[in-house]
Design a protein around this ligand. Structure first.
Ligand SMILES: [Fe+2]
Ligand SMILES: [Fe+2]
Length: 290
């Protein structure tokens, strides 16, 4: 690996940056386990969430956005949770807790604080379209993986920045995707970094694996959750949702469609239905950034 242009770079430094990240709120995992406990109810979940005021505020913001499509505006947590239902509570919890991490300026990837947030929310909303169209039974896991799939960028940003032109140049010359060029220039890529962060935050193994695989065909063909995530990301990129320096360096492969048993018609239907998700994702971004 040539690190001559970036003398401060070492893989150890990247991993130290990951360890230095604020820990994902443990309250979220705790609330999830209470949700799974048949002896507990919504008010038990609410009691836990209320320990974190910032989380409550974000949950109410997202619950009242087009993302969750409730027919009425809600101002208190218990009502929000009752109206959302179990699967939606998981989704709103993850999305609300992830927002502070995703709302960052990523100069290295040429993304504003809105871009990564918009891309992640957009990808999660696309995941609902795709889960429905391709009859994927694990839509909640896919939603979580979609929200967090590019989280590795928040750590790699400072390392990619000084080498961005080199990464893009290599990607163009070799006609490889951005993550491959990122790996070749930096020595790791944002999918690997993201998976390590999620492991550190104690996310389930399937979700870490899907995030690790989202740009790697050799990996995503082995597992349907991973392939579904790769597909959602490609649609988000093709629709230009949260465009950064890497966004147009990824392409849809026939192999991915084959693995998903997705016809060209299914693909175009997903694309068309996802366009609607775009406006809903914009509504969320407006609520978050004002
Ligand atoms: Fe990515
Ligand atoms: Fe992405």
């Amino acid at each position: 690996m040539n690190t001559a242009l970036c003398p401060d770079f070492t893989l150890e430094a990247v991993y130290e940056s990951m360890v230095a990240l604020p820990v994902f709120p443990k309250i979220v995992h705790k609330a999830m386990s209470v949700l799974d406990d048949s002896q507990k109810n919504i008010s038990d979940v609410a009691k836990i969430i209320k320990l974190d005021n910032g989380l409550v505020a974000n949950i109410l913001k997202l619950t009242n956005s087009a993302m969750f499509g409730l027919s009425q505006q809600v101002s208190d947590l218990e009502t929000a949770l009752a109206l959302l239902g179990q699967n939606r509570i998981r989704e709103v919890l993850i999305a609300s807790a992830a927002m502070p991490y995703l709302s960052r300026d990523l100069h290295g990837y040429e993304m504003s604080p809105q871009d990564l947030c918009y891309h992640s929310i957009g990808c999660a909303m696309i995941s609902e379209v795709v889960s429905h169209r391709l009859e994927f039974p694990h839509s909640s896991e896919l939603f979580t993986a979609a929200i967090l799939h590019d989280i590795g960028k928040i750590v790699l940003d400072i390392y990619v920045g000084p080498r961005l032109m080199e990464v893009l140049d290599r990607s163009r010359r070799q006609e490889s995707d951005f993550a491959t060029a990122e790996w070749e220039v930096i020595g790791t890529d944002h999918a690997v970094a993201g998976s390590s962060i999620l492991q550190q935050w104690e996310f389930p193994r399937d979700i870490c694996r899907a995030v690790r695989a989202h740009h790697d065909p050799d990996l995503y063909i082995q597992n349907r959750l991973s392939a579904m995530l790769a597909f959602c990301n490609i649609i988000a990129v093709q629709l230009g949702i949260g465009v950064g320096a890497d966004s147009f360096r990824y392409r849809l492969s026939d192999q991915l469609l084959y693995v998903l048993d997705c016809s060209q018609k299914d693909y175009y239907d997903c694309l068309e239905e996802s366009v609607r998700a775009l406006d809903e994702a914009k509504d969320v971004i407006r609520l978050i950034f004002g």
